[in-house]
Design a protein around this ligand. Sequence first.
Ligand code: CP3
Length: 333
Amino acid sequence: MTPIKNTIINKNTTISPIWFMRQAGRYLPEFRNIREKNKNFIKLCLDSDLASEITLQPLNRFNLDAAIIFSDILMVPYGLNQKVEFKKNFGPTLGNLNMNNLSKISENDFKKKLNPIYKLIQKTKLNNITKNKDIIGFIGAPWTLALYMINKISPKKNEINNVLNDLNKVKDLIQILNKYLKIHILNQVENGASIIQIFDSWAGLLDDKHLNDFVYSPTSELVTFTKSLNIPVICFPRGIKNYKNYCEEVNPDVINIDYEIDPHKIKKDINICVQGGLDPKILLTNKENIKKEAKKYLDIFVDQPYIFNLGHGILPETNPDMVEYLVNFVKNY
Ligand code: CP3
């Protein structure tokens, strides 16, 4: 059994396995090197060979317990024929959403468009370096994807009012998304993903009154689906105020916490396996501080299954030496 599954399934607490969100990314010179020659981010995600190489880059450097596939949550809107572009220093920009066209898409066309992602997973699994490690596949949660698809750029708190103007549209979109997200989960699993993480990066923007329809109910459907495949599922509802409610309603195998929530409170409220928490900005400081802050999380969750990770992705300005220091510290603790 892999170290991460030993923690999730056997509830082993003697070691904390470790991996990072955005472990493959711009903080690595070898990634920037490939990225420079491949200006189109979507195309890069659809190049199975290069995407697999990028997926493995952090594993070649650090003693990590999982590979997370190099892809993006916005590949699903792309698969649903919405235009998706990544502009330098701006982030994603989506084209207009056409609800009529959306209902006419065939499952086969969707699968065909995303097939290079499934090939990349196969390829990654064949590499010896992933032996006894997990390959983490992922999706964006329906709310976060619906928000991008309607808003067309990364939202700010006040912008979601426009999106919430038409609640029926959001509900319809979430329903359509859930159908395709199940297909995307299934295909990732059939091609070698051994864990699925669900990223709900904008769950924290919603008022309580919308949580049930837009977050709990559709996400729990995807969690149930993933569990039915015998695959553990990690949920990351970033910025949510009540992680306890979320866990009770959505029932994931693992809850990834963000860096704004007090880990002592999580420890008191939640007894399932916890992942993450450490502020990625800590990696921009110094070794003493990294050690102190990492120790804090390891000590709080000493007698609870805990997967070491951050409270959001590794920042592009991070020095890879600090990542190496952190991995070794956690591995030897
Ligand atoms: O290493 C990994 O974690 C796997 C790959 C991965 C990427 N995106 C690659 C990526 C994963 C899991 C994601 C998830 C993702 N994508 C989320 C959820 C997690 C989160 O960050 O909240 C979201 C919201 C997106 C959408 C997205 N993709 C944004 C907002 C941006 C631009 C901002 C940024 O961080 O650059 C991206 C681009 C992106 N996705 C990059 C990478 C490595 C940077 C691309 C570049 O080189 O310019």
